[in-house]
Design a protein around this ligand. Sequence first.
Ligand code: DP6
Length: 352
Amino acid sequence: MTIQEFLGKKEFNIHTQTVSESCPSNIALIKYWGKYKDQIPANPSISFTLNHCKTNTEMEFVANEAFSVQTFLSGNEEVKFAEKIEKYFKNIEQYLPWILQGKYIIKTENTFPHSSGIASSASGFGAIAKCLMKLDESFSGKKSDEESLTKASFLARLGSGSACRSLYNGLVVWGETDEVKGSSDLFAVQYLNSEVHDIFKDFNDWVLLIHEGEKSVSSTVGHGLMNTNPYAERRFQEARENFVPMKEILKSGDMQRFIKLVEHEALTLHAMMMMSDPAFILMKTGTLEVINKIWDFRRETDLPLFFTLDAGANVHLLFPSDGSEEKIKTFIEAELLQHTQKNGVVKDVMKF
Ligand code: DP6
């Protein structure tokens, strides 16, 4: 599909309306880090969509008023977020030609703790894009479910790259790769369930909240620093190449190879940050202590507990529901929770 196919209809019939939508967060296994103009990713990525960490959004559109956006997060007005959304709406007018013809009151709530460092931009923009598609169908006519979902993913991407993957359950791919049929730089697609071994269909993601609060460098700035990173091209190439073993692993259920690949992706992401100019480090002491303990635990027990990281200090503890999870949970509670701020852990699952 091309960008032209997402352009909005010039005929529409707007009216005042309130819509509500919910969208989960996701965690990447092969990471998106580096992008080109118009949110085109430098390499393909694949993620697991979480089941519990979600954003619930209510969007009130008041037709025929001067364009403005007001946003509330858990009842508190968020002026900065409103400015961001205003800019975003102006940017997507060609895809939703009615979008600037009214005012918006947007109320959002996350099911995970605020400032936990769990990516709220993915679930947040995912939920906003779904609300916009509901309004669009009401103003310019119904679309097929598939068409509507693809366009929601397309619009979410323009808000935040990783958000486009949150529109689908299970394993989701964003970015063109020969390894995944139908994959695109413009929107995400669901990875075929029939190509996924059962072991990956019931997985745990416990997020250790190592450091709550603002990150020292935002994802947007971090992506930008890839433009001058001398290792960037090699990294993009490696991510593309990693789709080949990832596909085999997802099919065969080879947990050892999966662990190695996923941890390598996480560490490479952070290595890229350290090799940026200016360099930056988002991991904290606790992050490294947890990683070392996980490695010791695996050496001693051979149990499938491993980690991934997003652009922050928190550690996503990944482990399958394969009968070994009780021992793993006991270890986490006894040994890893002490490295969090305030015993913070968000327990999520990826079940599909
Ligand atoms: C490290 O999607 O937050 O989580 O497109 O600038 O909004 P923007 O960035 P964002 O970047 C996420 C990067 C990542 C890896 C990933 O989710 O693939």
